[in-house]
Design a protein around this ligand. Structure first.
Ligand SMILES: *[C@@H]1O[C@H](CO)[C@@H](O)[C@H](O)[C@H]1NC(C)=O
Ligand SMILES: *[C@@H]1O[C@H](CO)[C@@H](O)[C@H](O)[C@H]1NC(C)=O
Ligand SMILES: *[C@@H]1O[C@H](CO)[C@@H](O)[C@H](O)[C@H]1NC(C)=O
Ligand SMILES: *[C@@H]1O[C@H](CO)[C@@H](O)[C@H](O)[C@H]1NC(C)=O
Length: 273
């Protein structure tokens, strides 16, 4: 019995000792959420060896300008402005052997943006609307709405013959099949939601009639027809002119006639003398 107690105490002592020497990084704050600015800090105790330096990472990429050669076991990273793009998994890394690091999650409400705020499609074709998000955490839920002119918001359901929605955390795509000028033209809203909140953006969809899509082609055809007609008319009108200009025999008799008349006059004059 005594032996059992003794080994128990000994094991507890071993456990306690190892917990004491385990490197420990205290982060402050442990997590950043919904803040407009923050200073992240790490305080390392029980470093496994001497520390030669430290730096910070964001989503496993080294943040430029944070690398410091120092034996300090304390480091800070200041974020004066936190917006939809600054969220991510940040971490402090201490250059000891082995290296030790600890992450601080910086979470923001989602940031959602339309890939293009104005889209167009041809009647009967497929309309494609895209929204993306780069915030952290990414939306866990995407929705689409059609905004009618009277301000009414209609939820769009996936999987009908008209609509198809494909979503990944960072991107949602709405396909509108068989575009109809009266029914499908208008404003669409994509809406992303995460544990941190929600955000949305708008896209205006224009639907052109098939005829409108043909206009440039018809324009070219009309241009060609007009050109051909002009050339044809020009050629038609040019032909009689050519005969008058080039044929000398046409005007020669006139000249000789005039000369003959002149001669006749002289003759008559002479005769009268
Ligand atoms: C780091 O933690 C140690 C032990 O908890 C504490 O004594 C020290 O003041 C802390 N350093 C800073 C800069 O907060
Ligand atoms: C919509 O439905 C299609 C097929 O029915 C499916 O492949 C797709 O994952 C669905 N999208 C969403 C966002 O549920
Ligand atoms: C979205 O995430 C996938 C991986 O999940 C990545 O390949 C892609 O580049 C990301 N797209 C954008 C627009 O960030
Ligand atoms: C964060 O703030 C937004 C509004 O700015 C709010 O809608 C959301 O509920 C907040 N989320 C958390 C987790 O506090």
């Amino acid at each position: 019995m005594v032996l059992l107690w003794g080994s128990c105490v000994f094991l507890m002592f071993l456990y306690g000792a190892s917990a004491l020497t385990e490197p420990l990084i205290l982060t402050n704050p442990p997590e950043v959420s919904n803040m407009t600015s923050a200073t992240l800090s790490c305080n390392l105790t029980n470093a496994p060896s001497m520390v030669k330096g430290h730096y910070w990472t964001k989503n496993d990429k080294v943040i430029e300008g944070t690398k410091v050669d120092s034996t300090d076991t304390y480091t800070e990273y200041s974020m004066p402005k936190i917006d939809g793009h600054s969220g991510g998994s940040y971490a402090c890394v201490f250059l000891s052997t082995p290296e030790v690091k600890k992450a601080i999650e910086v979470k923001t409400p989602p940031h959602v943006a339309a890939y293009k705020h104005s889209e167009h499609g041809n009647e009967k074709d497929k309309g494609v609307l895209v929204c993306v998000s780069h915030s952290y955490p990414l939306p866990t839920d995407w929705k689409w709405y059609l905004l009618r002119e009277d301000g009414e918001k209609t939820s769009i359901t996936n999987g009908t013959d008209k609509y198809e929605i494909k979503s990944t955390p960072n991107k949602t795509t709405l396909y509108i099949h068989d575009l109809d000028i009266n029914r499908d033209m208008g404003d669409y809203m994509c809406y992303g939601e995460s544990e941190m909140g929600q955000a949305s953006d708008k896209i205006h969809l224009r639907v052109r009639s098939r005829l409108a899509a043909l206009w440039p082609f018809l324009g070219i055809v009309a241009e060609v027809i007009i050109l051909v007609t002009i050339i044809f008319i020009y050629e038609k009108r040019r032909k009689p002119d050519e005969i008058n200009d080039d044929d000398d025999s046409g005007s020669a008799p006139l000249k000789s006639n005039a000369a003959t008349n002149h001669k006749d006059k002289n003759v008559r004059q002479r005769n009268s003398n």
